[in-house]
Design a protein around this ligand. Structure first.
Ligand SMILES: [Fe+2]
Ligand SMILES: [Fe+2]
Length: 320
């Protein structure tokens, strides 16, 4: 990523100005969000009648045969839950980036409370239905949360770009995980969570759209930087490379979905490819990003082709 960078003083002044000038947009979108969102209770989505005591209270501990979930869907649900579990770190990152005052602070608080439901609901479902080993789940949670999530020193505009993409990525991942579980209760729960993630995406996407109008070049550079370095929030968890490969092979979340269903719809909403308000810096950033996206799409399409070929070979072997 090559771009002429502002001096630290100029970058800090822009950030302060944008935080102030975007605050009415935050207030407006918070109000819109509160009207659009429906209150829901995590306990409604959990089949409590399936619950049984564990050995500590005189029952039996988890055994692999207890889980009725498809193994890949189970892996994906655990990855999604551990990702949700790191909420304290995300709260710290966005409250550092956006601040705790005024409408920004109200949003940060409300968003955090909504996100808190996701981990509660997913964990309750998995433990009650014995969908996964609760001892292993707790060990992974301890390890993952103790490591925490750190976005580094991303400027505020890049944080806004990141959360716009990341909320949509989690929406796609929850929804497709739900479909892959083969359990209507899990599918209903994950569809409910996915709806929240979509509304979060809309909020951040609208804010970044307003930032584009106020500082087109700097916003374009921030979007370019984020598109070219995006990593899922759970990327640091134990075994992520292996889990994400399983998830990609099952088509729950892969590079093609990332390109087609996450990056492109948001970039189109920002009219990134049609903007006429960019100066030389913005134009250069847009060009670099477009070239990156083209390569990403080629790589993603190759992966899907190879996956389809492997599936066809498996089907042929099974038939023969
Ligand atoms: Fe969430
Ligand atoms: Fe979210």
């Amino acid at each position: 990523m090559t771009s002429p960078t502002d001096s630290p003083e100029a970058a800090a002044a822009l950030q302060t100005r944008l935080l102030r000038d975007l605050e009415p947009v935050v207030a407006e979108n918070l109000e819109r969000h509160l009207k659009a969102t429906q209150a829901w209770n995590p306990h409604d989505y959990v089949p409590w009648s399936e619950g049984k005591d564990f050995a500590y209270l005189g029952g039996t501990d988890w055994e692999p045969g207890d889980s009725r979930l498809d193994p890949v869907a189970r892996t994906s649900m655990v990855v999604n839950l551990l990702t949700e579990d790191n909420l304290p770190s995300y709260h710290r990152e966005i409250s550092t980036s956006f601040g705790r005052d005024g409408a920004w602070g109200q949003w940060v608080g409300h968003w955090t409370a909504e996100e808190g439901r996701h981990g509660i609901a997913l964990r309750d479902y998995l433990v009650v239905t014995r969908g996964t080993d609760p001892v292993e789940l707790e060990r992974l949670r301890m390890e993952h949360m103790a490591a925490g999530y750190d976005q580094g020193d991303k400027p505020m505009l890049q944080t806004l770009a990141y959360v716009s993409f990341q909320e949509l990525a989690t929406r796609v991942s929850h929804r497709n995980t739900g479909r892959a579980t083969g359990c209507p209760v899990a599918e209903g729960l994950l569809a409910r969570v996915a709806k929240d993630e979509n509304l979060h995406m809309v909020f951040y996407r609208n804010l970044l759209a307003a930032a584009f109008d106020q500082a087109p070049d700097e916003t374009m550079e921030a979007v370019r930087n984020e598109v070219m370095s995006f990593a899922m929030p759970g990327a640091g968890m134990p075994g992520f490379a292996r889990s994400s490969m399983m998830i990609a092979k099952a088509g729950i979340y892969d590079l093609k979905l990332h390109h087609d269903d996450v990056l492109m719809p948001v970039l189109r909403f920002w009219k990134v490819f049609e903007r006429t308000d960019l100066g030389p810096r913005g134009e250069a950033a847009r060009l670099e990003m477009a070239q990156f996206l083209e390569k990403l799409d080629e790589q993603a399409t190759r992966f899907v082709t190879r996956r389809e070929e492997a599936e066809a070979r498996r089907a042929a072997r099974a038939a023969g």
